[in-house]
Design a protein around this ligand. Structure first.
Ligand code: ADP
Ligand code: MG
Length: 302
């Protein structure tokens, strides 16, 4: 590539603002190491993730890739070992115990995979949804019913969890998580225990929460079909974000495009299929063109 191309490209370069300054959720080089005895597990290994206010993002990845660890950190239940993590005005690294409680009450809602973990068994749906409001002294009966209706479970308002189906329980759990109008709703495989049809209803409920109340949603899922339902699917591999699938709807014409994620040091993971197809191993040759980069396997002809 010529010097003049490089000059032309430099001319357009904007000064770098702080990473994710306008995002609601910022994970910057997040590390979480678990120590059990002499064994060290690196659950998150420099994970970067930005989520904008109002977005609904799905997180996918193999079992053990760090998805739950990420959600525990974002929920304020776990603290990272290193890196930077901010949600809204809350810096989750620096947060003291008292702020942590306030953060969890005001800022985030959480839905677990295990239906039994989300609701208190001896309370009705209505009482479950009211509970977080009472804890923060914001109980309003009308709001409770509004939330149950929002996720289409008004008909189970007076039932206890064991009198509801799994899908109904999870939708009541979403209503409960929304009780204090959190800006961020986190759900860790909320459909993992459900059949496909019921899973879809629960997923719809999350989408409704996102669209109707503008709640930002991060949902971990095993379901490969979700990338068809959300705008952005982030894949985690070995504790790092590795790729993103963006769904674009151009006049009813839906396309899915896969992107590799680049970190701030410029590192990009080349998918294994691509590396294998071109026998790329330790080194590659790069060339800057006017509007793209070219990558060649080591030893290829110039
Ligand atoms: P996922 O949700 O993607 O299946 P997790 O975040 O649960 O992955 O786990 C990531 C890695 O961290 C796994 O190797 C897991 O065994 C380990 N891990 C998670 N939590 C703990 C913990 N509390 N103590 C020790 N290791 C843990
Ligand atoms: Mg998990």
């Amino acid at each position: 590539m010529s010097e003049s191309t490089l000059e032309a490209l430099r001319g357009d370069a904007k000064p770098a603002a702080q990473f994710g300054h306008d995002a609601l959720v910022v994970c910057d080089n997040l590390v979480r190491i678990f120590q059990s005895g002499s064994v060290e597990v690196q659950a998150l290994q420099g994970l970067d993730l930005l989520v904008d206010e109002g977005e609904m993002v799905a997180v996918v990845g193999a079992s053990g890739s760090g998805k739950s660890t990420l959600l525990s950190v974002l929920s304020g239940m776990d603290a990272p070992t290193a890196g930077r993590v901010r949600v809204g005005r809350w810096d989750l690294m620096a947060m003291q115990a008292r702020d942590r409680l306030a953060y969890r009450r005001q800022m985030v809602g959480f839905v677990w995979q295990q239906t039994s973990r989300n609701l208190l068994p001896y309370l009705t749906a209505r009482q479950n949804v009211a509970l977080p409001m009472t804890a923060s002294r914001r109980h309003r009966a009308a709001r409770v019913d509004e939330l149950l209706d929002l996720v289409s479970v008004g008909h189970v308002a007076d039932r206890r969890p064991r009198e509801m189906s799994g899908g109904e329980q999870q939708r009541v759990a979403i209503a409960t998580a929304l009780a204090n109008d959190p800006q961020l709703l986190l759900a860790d495989e909320p459909t993992g225990e459900l059949d496909t049809t019921t899973a879809r209803e629960v997923f719809d409920a999350l989408q409704t929460a996102n669209r109707e109340s503008g709640t930002t949603v991060v949902v971990v899922t095993h379901d490969p079909a979700v990338s068809g339902l959300v705008e952005r699917t982030v894949a985690i591999r070995d504790g790092r974000t590795s790729s993103e699938v963006l769904r674009r709807d151009a006049g009813g014409d839906v396309t899915h495009e896969e992107y590799a994620v680049m970190d701030r040091a410029g590192r990009v993971q080349v998918p294994r299929e691509y590396r294998e197809a071109l026998a790329m191993t330790r080194r590659v040759r790069l060339a800057l063109e006017a509007d793209h980069l070219a990558v060649w396997p080591d030893g290829s002809a110039r």
